[in-house]
Design a protein around this ligand. Sequence first.
Ligand SMILES: C[S@@+](CC[C@H](N)C(=O)[O-])C[C@H]1O[C@@H](n2cnc3c(N)ncnc32)[C@H](O)[C@@H]1O
Length: 314
Amino acid sequence: MQFKHISVLPQKVLDFAPDKTQTILDCTLGCGGHSRRLLEKFPNAKVFAIDRDLNALKVAEYFLKPFENNINFKHASFSELKDCFVNWMNPLFDYILADIGISSDQLDSPERGFSFNHEGPLDMRMDPDRQHTTAAYLVNNSSKNELLKILKTYGEERFAWKIVNTILIEREKKPFKTTKQLAELVYKSVPKHLQKSRIHPATLTFQALRIAVNEELNELSELLKIIPLSLKPDGRFAIISFHSLEDRIIKHKFKEWENPCVCPHDLPYCICGKKSLGSILTRSPICPSEKEIANNRRCRSAHLRVFSFKKNNL
Ligand SMILES: C[S@@+](CC[C@H](N)C(=O)[O-])C[C@H]1O[C@@H](n2cnc3c(N)ncnc32)[C@H](O)[C@@H]1O
């Protein structure tokens, strides 16, 4: 079995795990790279792991065979974690890891339709077994306003108007079916001087559609809701994100967990009664070193943030 994904910030993910970690939740198992390293460091730990991509679970199961007695897998998404917990008899965790986004294996499989570099169906579903809406469906059926919202909000795409107008004209002639068909249209829609840029002009459009197809921001917000209820006292939550939209949401949630008080600043004491859940361990996000980026360019936008929950948060 082959896998291409290189785990991001592997040493940092290990360093932030609490001493004597016994229970770990890996919310984004992928190929199992982070879980494997954690199990090598804590050989007696139990890992509970999910991924919404059945293919990834199969690869990870193979890769983690030597640790099969220490790991429980579930095919699930963040929004289904509550059901997983019930199934696992409600464990509490010392360390929770989420490495959100897609793996190189997903990106480099033409048939998954995530990449403008490979010809394939315009799909982008992380869970093709259970999700129905593909990127092609969104491109061919969304209204002008819906498409604009996707490209502007999830892609922060400067040329959203131009791209969407061109999509609307083209899809009347021929519905979008493939990745290259869309990538070429976006390429033609941006100003000439940007067509030569090192970053492909379709990068943000593809990112935006992927986020929309997989409802990634809803998933993230469901994950962040469940985290404080799932950790042991002194437990830690580490999360790696790959674009500013997600990093902003995480940063604000961490601030809210650390200081949830909503009282006006001029009140001499707190009357809202909201108590801090713990402290942020990474004032600024941790990013990969130049050396790591040289070895794996795809990690260049990674941001790791870690939160430590208080002893008495439960
Ligand atoms: C960057 S990869 C994880 C790589 C992994 N940490 C490793 O070292 O091999 C992200 C994985 O998270 C999964 N994923 C993304 N969003 C998810 C969600 N909402 N629920 C469950 N899994 C998700 C993807 O299918 C993908 O396999």
